[in-house]
Design a protein. Structure first.
Length: 249
């Protein structure tokens, strides 16, 4: 295991595991078998938070609990697509992750065009930075851009080819916000440094740790995991299946 992976896993192992036994089982199965199986070779790893903690009575359907993580909030600034779409893709990603960038450039635009626009798919982003301070700063900046309805544009700019190599210091983040068309850059800078951005980031991180996310990008599609930047066909097949299942319910 790479030293960065050991370091991240050791750090995250201290996080409390305040989840049901059913979700704990799902975290072991999904995080260690499915998600870690295709973790990018270049990436560090955020551990599954397997420390001690209170465990509630077992639930009968852990898959349903994972599916319920879809927030479906109509005013969610870090989401695109109808709140009542039959299929929800939750994406846990890091702006310094090369494989996240590959997905954002090669696959996500096709999913948006084919499924988000026709109401089939909703995409909800979760900021899950695992590469240190600049990753966290970029995540907060994306959230801040979202407060002015420019999250998806910032997301595209930050994941553009060659973007992460320029770093994510504050001047660069402001430049990306300008590229993304954020109208009020002073508000952007204030939001970036504010407590709400930190709280939103913490919420996303804790959700990922709680369910056993170990690398980026990681996905839940109607509660079922997809590991890594898989080819477009993997997502289209999964969306078709999820849509058909939803139609039967």
């Amino acid at each position: 295991m790479p030293s960065s992976t050991k370091s991240s896993a050791k750090k995250s192992a201290t996080k409390p595991l305040l989840i049901s036994a059913g979700v704990a089982l799902a975290a072991i199965t999904l995080g260690l078998v499915s998600w870690r199986a295709t973790a990018p070779a270049e990436a560090g790893s955020a551990g599954s938070g397997s420390g001690s903690g209170a465990v509630a009575a077992p639930r009968t359907d852990p898959a349903a609990e994972l599916k319920a993580l879809a927030r479906r909030e109509s005013g969610d600034k870090l989401a695109v697509g109808r709140a009542d779409a039959p299929v929800v893709l939750i994406e846990y990603s890091d702006f310094k992750c090369g494989y996240c960038g590959k997905f954002a450039r090669d696959t996500e635009p096709e999913l948006m065009k084919k499924y988000v626009e026709d109401g089939t798919l909703r995409i909800e982003w979760r900021n899950f930075p695992i590469f240190g301070a600049e990753s966290e700063a970029a995540a907060k900046a994306a959230w801040a851009a979202g407060q002015q309805d420019r999250f998806d544009a910032f997301h595209a700019a930050a994941y553009a080819a060659g973007s992460k190599e320029k770093g994510f210091g504050e001047p660069r983040l402001v430049e990306l916000a300008r590229e993304a068309g954020v109208p009020d850059l002073e508000r952007f800078k204030a939001d970036l440094a504010g407590e709400q951005a930190a709280a939103a980031l913490k919420k996303d991180q804790e959700e990922g740790y709680r369910i056993g996310v170990t690398s980026t990008p990681s996905f839940l599609l109607n509660g079922k995991p997809i590991a890594g930047a898989q080819p477009l066909g993997t997502f289209t097949a999964a969306i078709a299946k999820a849509k058909a299942e939803a139609a039967k319910q």
